[in-house]
Write a protein that binds this ligand. Structure first.
Ligand code: 0O2
Length: 195
């Protein structure tokens, strides 16, 4: 793409929002390591949605291709993904973020308690930063992330043909098996911590 970025002069400020969140999560990790002897965060990932992807989303949602639309009508131009060790850690981080005066919660979707019909699981929060930007935070366990990554590859790299129904149901079965493992791992963790 030639010319100016769709994010205009806001890109730097958007990156600052990501840095602020990363600093907060790093400090929290340190505190939890001291308190509990365990860091609940496996990975912290972030991205500003690519020009191509955000413009495609404008078209899909019938929005004009403007900086205004991508910053204020679309809520995931800034994306944060935090991969946690256990299901309880997902809610620990959720509660921490919900208690931060710097962020206003605009929307929350609990796809862990209410998994998508295809088996997708994750906890989504749309936060509004004090600078007025929107940020989508996805919180999930390693298993949930593994499934989402593989399903994303399969969905986007290939056009599913004749075996579509079987593939969809097999993917759902894998998601449910991973979810069951997550619950078992949580039980094991709780037994260890209770001792
Ligand atoms: P990317 O590349 O990750 O940014 P909308 O965001 O408005 O299009 P909706 O339904 O309001 O749609 O958003 P939702 O359900 O909160 O999901 C948005 C994001 O969650 C997606 O972003 C994915 O990252 C992830 N997601 C949701 N459902 C699935 C799923 O079935 N499989 C996988 N692998 N990921 C999912 P994007 O913009 O699609 O992609």
């Amino acid at each position: 793409m030639t010319g100016q970025s769709i994010y205009g002069s806001y890109r730097e400020e958007m990156e600052q929002c990501i840095d602020e969140m990363e600093r907060h999560i790093s400090a929290l990790r340190e505190e939890l390591k001291k308190q509990r002897g365990m860091d609940p965060v496996e990975h912290f990932l972030s991205r500003i949605k690519s020009e191509e992807s955000i413009l495609e989303k404008c078209d899909r949602k019938g929005l004009p291709r403007t900086t205004e639309s991508v910053l204020f009508q679309i809520h995931d131009a800034i994306g944060i993904r935090i991969i946690l060790s256990f299901i309880s850690d997902v809610y620990l981080i959720r509660d921490d973020l919900a208690g931060m005066p710097e962020y206003e919660i605009v929307e929350e979707k609990d796809y862990i308690r209410n998994a998508k019909p295809n088996g997708y699981r994750s906890y989504h929060m749309i936060l509004k930063t004090r600078q007025g930007f929107f940020m989508e935070v996805q919180l999930r366990t390693i298993s949930m992330d593994t499934w989402a990554a593989l399903e994303h590859h399969l969905k986007y790299k290939r056009k599913i043909g004749k075996n579509e129904q079987l593939i969809v149901s097999e993917l759902k079965r894998c998601a449910d098996e991973l979810a069951s493992t997550d619950i078992s791992m949580q039980t094991i963790r709780d037994m260890i911590f209770e001792e």
